[in-house]
Design a protein around this ligand. Structure first.
Ligand SMILES: Cc1cc2nc3c(=O)[nH]c(=O)nc-3n(C[C@H](O)[C@H](O)[C@H](O)COP(=O)(O)OP(=O)(O)OC[C@H]3O[C@@H](n4cnc5c(N)ncnc54)[C@H](O)[C@@H]3O)c2cc1C
Length: 393
């Protein structure tokens, strides 16, 4: 097993790093570093810079704009973007809807939607979860009843990230309430958010930010041409999509950047007459997270080595989601612990510290990051997956 990068891979990483240094706009970098809430224009600005460079959709087939990078290069690219502090690429169009269309879409759907997703013309959101159907997703109740060339959709989605910015939503809907297995009665629809009958209401998270929503459908007419795959095959589509999600949740590069920021902060903050980073107890906690992060990076390399050899890693990649999000949360806890009362949006700092905007964003960020162990399949569910599929329990 090879747990290091080859000379070619390191050269690729250096090229990407240099390009990011030269092309990541300072204002976007600054917003990410301050944990500012990014607006649609911020997200699309970075999307379009990468699209112009030809790097927005590395994993797509070459004919649709993919880069032909191998798995290691794709991984390195993502981690370098995280490490450089680039805005996140919103996955709903690029990494969720597009792979689904590539696998199951009609030629007309591909021709229409893929170039638009590539260029950033359409902003997508994901309509899976409903009240009462999160972990147990197959219990979803939003109905789609066929009427001529349309489905008439009624029901509610919840926790819909960025629905208030979105032009389109891909949805799991129930087309056959009588199906014996509840998974068999589900279909996958692409819905234009401007269709009459759709209402989006904000859900404000505990950090005070608006990133998720409730979406209501009242007699919303959706052309049958917007169904992906056959009627009743929505669960097959959903499972394909989840497979794409699992390798991308560790966010190792972003955590490495945040660990550096934490150390930097703790070496400037004084406690009992010496830098906080020299306090043995604090240092011990930082070291533990650092060791966990290194272990996660090595685990990730193990999975990459399997992929290099053409073997898809199994359910054990759920470990990446669990450990990756635990580390992200630990880092936000340590940041809060480091700055204490300065981690408040309203903290008044008049003593010449040059990191006030940064420290003031730490409490909202701490609150916001509680989400990471819930979304994309909660960590308890990931543990169930490992227990069942990897350990055979
Ligand atoms: C910030 C945020 C953004 C999100 N964005 C989206 C989005 O864009 N689109 C979308 O469709 N969804 C989105 N979600 C929804 C997310 O996928 C669900 O919240 C998640 O699947 C959990 O479902 P639930 O909230 O219904 O909790 P429940 O399923 O009710 O779970 C409640 C608790 O019970 C635990 N639990 C449930 N079942 C089991 C079990 N079998 N074994 C052990 N423990 C269990 C869970 O881990 C959790 O701790 C988002 C969620 C959050 C918090």
């Amino acid at each position: 097993m090879d747990l290091d990068y080859s000379a070619d891979e390191r050269a690729f990483r250096d090229d990407v790093r240099t390009w990011l240094r030269e092309n990541l706009p300072a204002d976007l970098h600054d917003k990410v570093a301050r944990y500012a809430h990014l607006k649609r224009d911020d997200l699309l600005a970075w999307h379009r810079i990468l699209a112009a460079r030809g790097w927005i959709a590395p994993s797509w087939p070459r004919e649709w704009g993919g880069t032909d990078w191998n798995v290691v290069q794709r991984y390195l690219f993502e981690e370098e973007c995280g490490y450089a502090g680039a805005p996140p690429l919103i996955p709903f169009g690029l990494a969720m809807c597009a792979p689904v269309l590539l696998k199951f879409g009609t030629e007309a759907q591909k021709q229409h939607f893929l170039p638009r997703i590539y260029r950033g013309d359409d902003f997508w959101c994901q309509g899976y979860s409903e009240p009462g159907a999160g972990s147990d997703l197959a219990s979803l109740r939003t109905s789609a009843v066929r009427r001529g060339d349309c489905y008439v959709v009624n029901g509610q989605k919840t926790w819909t990230t960025l629905a208030h910015m979105a032009d389109w939503i891909f949805c799991l809907v129930r087309t056959d309430p009588a199906a014996e297995r509840k998974q068999d009665g589900i279909s996958f629809l692409l819905i234009d958010m401007r269709t009459p009958g759709i209402t989006v209401r904000p859900l404000v998270l505990m950090d005070g930010g608006h990133e998720v929503n409730e979406v209501f459908f009242d007699d919303v007419e959706v052309p049958v041409a917007n169904r992906v795959h056959d009627e009743g095959k929505g669960w097959t589509v959903a499972k394909h999509l989840l497979g794409h999600e699992r390798m991308n949740t560790a966010r190792i590069g972003a955590s490495q950047r945040e660990l550096e920021a934490l150390k930097n902060l703790a070496s400037r903050l004084m406690k009992d007459g010496r830098p906080l980073l020299e306090d043995p107890r604090f240092r011990d906690r930082v070291s533990r997270v650092e060791v966990e992060l290194m272990a996660l990076a090595v685990t990730n390399l193990r999975f990459l080595d399997q992929l290099r050899g053409g073997r898809a890693p199994g359910a054990e990649v759920s470990m990446l989601k669990i450990k990756g999000t635990e580390i992200q949360q630990s880092l936000t806890e340590l940041m809060m612990q480091a700055v204490g009362p300065l981690a408040q949006p309203r903290a008044v700092i008049g003593d010449g510290h040059d990191f006030d905007a940064y420290t003031a964003s730490l409490a909202p960020r701490y609150c916001n990051y509680r989400k990471t162990s819930i979304y994309a399949g909660s960590n308890e569910i990931q543990r169930n997956i490992i227990a069942k599929m990897a350990l055979g329990l």
